[in-house]
Design a binder for this molecule. Structure first.
Ligand code: ADP
Ligand code: MG
Length: 345
């Protein structure tokens, strides 16, 4: 009984900075009792949709964990409909029951984290899920969370390399995890052990989500905006989008490296942020990208326009379909001269 009381005290400690509801306290209390962790040390982050706490386990508390507690506030989760409507995994989504909803968000985050992990994208490893409480690997050291990309203060050469790593992260998410993050930005990437870690994936959607391409385009935009402001020569939003979805090269190896080299050469040789570039990005931001072949209204006409070379505006699905830019045929894998390795790993 004394031990149980001690556990209860520790569960109470987490409430000092932020009041926890009885259900959350019960989940944390049970986890403490089962030894998932032995201490809850305090708040890492309080957000609109979730709070994150630091916990430790092991004899000297040397094993650190992050506990993400999803909030049950109904108003917050109403905003999130756009991510759920249309996701085949969440058809049972129940708007009228906020407790079921938060439980589902936590479950979605855990499943998505598992996918990222198995695709080799640096991200926290999920440890345990109970209701709306997700325990995962803590990114950071001695109770100090790894900084967000926004706050990491990377020096310019490292920042350029980080941009390339972000491109690969976007592409791997899409090609291997079959997910679009849908909230990817400098806020949801942590710099841990000098590597970019992807976090906050509860809203990530499957590729068959009706708005998947809209979310992907927004992700590309946010990533580009951050790196451009940081002084990195970036691709256009469309180039980044096409790089992400193009099925004609892999997610690693010489073909990918060759494509990255080609794109970064284009980016570097382009004068910084021309008006033309901004207009192209703005037009692409509003463009309709067909999801399915049936959605392509008139393939023959598009092909004729693209091959005439004069009237090519507004046709956005070539890379998605694995076609050359003028749709004269399939893209072929880039020819690769040598096993030249890009900087960074
Ligand atoms: P939200 O943005 O919905 O509040 P996040 O998953 O982005 O939730 O987490 C909020 C903040 O908590 C992050 O910006 C990060 O600082 C911190 N955080 C989240 N997960 C971890 C983790 N596994 N390790 C360390 N810090 C984390
Ligand atoms: Mg976040």
């Amino acid at each position: 009984a004394a031990a149980a009381n001690r556990s209860k005290d520790r569960a109470d400690r987490a409430t000092v900075e932020q009041v926890l509801d009885p259900r959350t306290r019960m989940v944390l209390f049970k986890m403490l009792n089962r030894g998932v962790f032995s201490e809850i040390n305090g708040v890492v982050s309080t957000g609109k949709e979730a709070n994150v706490y630091h916990a430790s386990a092991g004899p000297s508390g040397g094993c650190e964990m992050a506990i993400k507690v999803y909030k049950t506030a109904i108003l917050v989760f109403r905003d999130r409909d756009r991510y759920v409507v249309g996701d085949s995994r969440f058809q049972r989504y129940c708007k009228s029951n906020p407790r079921k909803m938060v439980k589902m968000w936590a479950e979605k985050e855990m499943r998505n984290l598992a996918r990222l992990n198995s695709a080799g994208i640096p991200s926290p490893k999920p440890v345990q899920l109970r209701m709306h409480v997700l325990v995962m690997e803590f990114l950071g050291e001695n109770g100090v969370a790894a900084p967000r990309l926004k706050d990491a203060g990377l020096p310019p050469p490292r920042m350029r390399q980080a941009y390339t790593e972000m491109l690969i992260m976007l592409r791997t998410l899409y090609q291997k995890c079959r997910l679009v993050h849908a909230d990817l930005s400098e806020y949801n990437v942590l710099v841990h052990n000098n590597e970019l870690y992807c976090i906050d994936v509860s809203q990530a959607v499957e590729l068959d989500h009706p708005r998947a391409f809209d979310f992907l385009r927004e992700d590309c935009q946010h990533v580009n905006d951050f790196f451009r402001r940081a002084g990195v020569a970036t691709l256009s939003v469309r180039e980044l989008f096409d790089f992400t979805v193009d099925p004609s090269f892999g997610t690693e190896g010489p073909a990918l490296e060759a494509e990255l080299d080609r794109l970064m050469e284009v980016a570097v040789s382009r004068p910084a942020a021309t008006a033309e570039q901004e207009v192209a990005d703005a037009v692409f931001a509003k463009a309709y990208i067909p999801k399915k072949l049936e959605d392509v209204m008139n393939y023959e006409r598009d092909h004729a326009r693209l091959t005439s070379g004069t009237d090519t505006e507004g046709i956005y699905y070539q890379a998605l379909a694995g076609m050359k830019a003028d749709m004269s045929g399939a893209r072929v894998q880039q020819e690769v001269s040598s096993g030249k390795k890009k900087g960074g790993n």
